[in-house]
Design a protein around this ligand. Structure first.
Ligand SMILES: CC(C)(COP(=O)(O)OP(=O)(O)OC[C@H]1O[C@@H](n2cnc3c(N)ncnc32)[C@H](O)[C@@H]1OP(=O)(O)O)[C@@H](O)C(=O)NCCC(=O)NCCS
Length: 136
C-alpha cells in the first residue's frame, strides 16, 4: 500500500468506472478536482498495488474537524481478500494521526455490498437527516 498520487489518476478513474454503486462525475472527479483534493490531503489517500497495477483505492480528507472517506473501490477480481479493510484502516489511521477523531462517508442506500462493508467496519448509519448539495 502506498500514498495515492495524481499520476495514478487514469488507472483509478477506470477502476471507479468499473465499480457498481459509485457516483463518478465530471465536477468532483475531474483530474483537476482530484489533483486539488490530493494537494489538500497529501497523506490520507492510498492505493493498493499488485503486480504493478492498482487494485484498490481510498481517498480520505478532513476540514480540520471531521474526516470524510471517499470512493473506496477494489477491483472485482481482488475482492474479499481484505484489501478494502486494509485501505480503510490506513485512511482512518492517517486521519487519526492528524488529530481527527471522527470520520464519515456518503453511500447510496441501494449499494448492498458497500453497506455490508461499512457495517462490518462498525460505521453507524443515520436515517434522521438529509444531505443537501448544490452545483456552484
Ligand atoms: C466495498 C468494497 C470496497 C469492499 O472491498 P473488499 O476488498 O472486497 O473488502 P474486504 O475483503 O476487506 O471485506 C471486508 C468485509 O466486508 C464485508 N463484505 C465485503 N464484501 C462483501 C459482500 N460482497 N457481501 C457481504 N459482505 C461483504 C465482509 O464482512 C468482509 O469480510 P469477510 O470477507 O471476512 O466476510 C468492494 O466490494 C468494492 O469495490 N465495491 C464497489 C465500490 C463500492 O461500493 N465502494 C463503496 C462505496 S462508499
Amino acid at each position: 500500500m502506498r500514498l495515492m498520487k495524481i499520476e495514478d489518476y487514469k488507472e483509478i478513474y477506470d477502476l471507479w468506472n468499473e465499480c457498481e454503486g459509485m457516483d463518478i462525475n465530471d465536477i468532483d472527479e475531474s483530474e483537476e478536482g482530484i489533483g486539488k483534493y490530493l494537494e489538500r490531503n497529501p497523506s490520507t489517500c492510498f492505493v493498493e498495488e499488485r503486480d504493478g497495477k492498482i487494485v484498490g483505492v481510498i481517498m480520505a480528507g478532513h476540514d480540520g474537524r471531521r474526516g470524510t472517506l471517499h470512493h473506496l473501490a477494489v477491483r472485482k477480481s481482488w475482492r474479499r481478500q481484505g484489501i478494502g479493510r486494509a485501505l480503510c484502516a490506513h485512511a482512518l489511521k492517517a486521519l487519526h494521526d492528524q488529530g481527527i477523531k471522527k470520520a464519515g462517508l456518503f453511500i447510496y442506500n441501494d449499494n448492498e455490498v458497500g453497506l455490508a462493508f461499512w457495517k462490518q467496519e462498525r460505521f453507524v448509519s443515520h436515517d434522521d437527516y438529509e444531505y443537501y448539495d448544490k452545483v456552484l
